[in-house]
Write a protein that binds this ligand. Structure first.
Ligand code: DPM
Length: 314
């Protein structure tokens, strides 16, 4: 039997996620061998430019995908939110794993130990490179100042603790996977900030003609998470957002129905267009598409057009 080769980025978070998938696969298939091949992606190399300005999709996934298409690796583990909604020909999203808390978290410098977003002093510097977080938090907390921050989690936390920032906004899931859940000061509720599409879940990609690997991965699928994330991804695909548009979501399942809430915002946070839609849990992509079109009619189309134009002329 062939060894199954798993491709992964080298960051600490990517490796933790890949080791977890490897261990789960080993439990499900004790007679098989799963090895790991690490590689650097474009996104890992471009640390000095704001993510939003690079504009390209698939910054953290392209090299992993090329390796699969070349046959050097057989599958790739991604933070689902970093995986573009359109996959290259020849690849499929074979499994979406059980989601952790998809919310964002506030992490603070020690001098703000008793503070929350609303009580941070006027002008506090909050680090984030996410336009989604920026737009929503600017809207709700105009007393705060926002500043770009790049680098992996440890780099960011060092800049925070060194005093370059008063606070950071980071995904709860990433902090928890790295055993840094104790740094979470406040879990930001959906009323304040909707999370990114796919946040908190892992997506596992493989070649579409590799039925053997597709079957091996099927045991990792968490159905409720998958249906929620398929709805969220269809919403984003229909908006053709990319990372330069502030787009947020939240989803929940109630027996056989799935409710998706979605938001499109202007970069300055003055306008937030938000709505929700409930449908059949078995038709997640239809819910996502319909909600996107609903928002477009309510003004999201104008925001998308305006942002596209700004980026063209920048
Ligand atoms: C994407 C965004 C960010 C990552 C944009 C967004 C955050 C960038 C930043 C698409 N990917 O969320 O609006 O805040 O500067 C990323 C993280 C995780 C996966 C880290 C984080 C871990 C959580 C997960 C970066 N990708 O969001 O704090 O697996 O969902």
């Amino acid at each position: 039997m062939r060894t199954i080769v798993i491709g992964s980025r080298k960051s600490q978070l990517a490796l933790v996620q890949t080791y977890w998938v490897q261990a789960e696969l080993q439990k499900l298939h004790p007679d098989r061998t799963f090895s790991i091949e690490t590689m650097t992606t474009q996104g890992d190399n471009i640390l000095d430019v704001a993510l939003a300005k690079i504009g390209d999709k698939g910054l953290f996934t392209k090299e992993l995908e090329s390796a699969m298409l070349a046959g050097t690796t057989d599958l790739a583990v991604h933070s689902l939110k970093d995986l573009p909604t359109k996959l290259p020909d020849g690849l499929v999203l074979a499994a979406i794993t059980e989601r952790e808390n998809p919310a964002d978290a506030l992490v603070v410098n020690a001098k703000h130990q008793d503070k929350q977003l609303e009580t941070l002093p006027e002008g506090s510097v909050v680090g984030t490179s996410s336009l989604r977080r920026l737009a929503q938090l600017r809207h709700h907390f105009p007393h705060l100042t926002f500043k770009d921050v790049r680098g992996n989690l440890n780099t960011r936390l060092r800049k925070l603790d060194d005093g370059e920032y008063d606070a950071l906004i980071l995904a709860v899931a990433g902090l928890q996977r790295l055993n840094m859940g104790d740094r979470i000061q406040q879990i930001i509720p959906p009323e304040i900030s909707l999370h990114a599409v796919g946040q908190g879940a892992l997506g596992i990609e493989c070649r579409s003609d590799d039925q053997e690997v597709i079957d091996l991965l099927s045991g990792l699928i968490h159905y409720p998470t998958q249906q929620r994330c398929l709805a969220e991804r269809a919403f984003l695909r229909e908006l053709e957002g990319g990372c330069q548009v502030p787009i947020g979501v939240s989803s929940q399942i109630n027996q056989t129905s799935l409710t998706l809430a979605g938001l499109v915002a202007t970069l300055d946070g003055t306008t937030l267009i938000k709505d929700q839609l409930t449908g059949d849990i078995n038709q997640p992509e239809a819910i996502g598409r319909e909600l996107a079109n609903k928002l477009k009619q309510q003004g999201a189309q104008a925001i998308l057009d305006q942002i596209t134009q700004q980026f063209r002329s920048a």
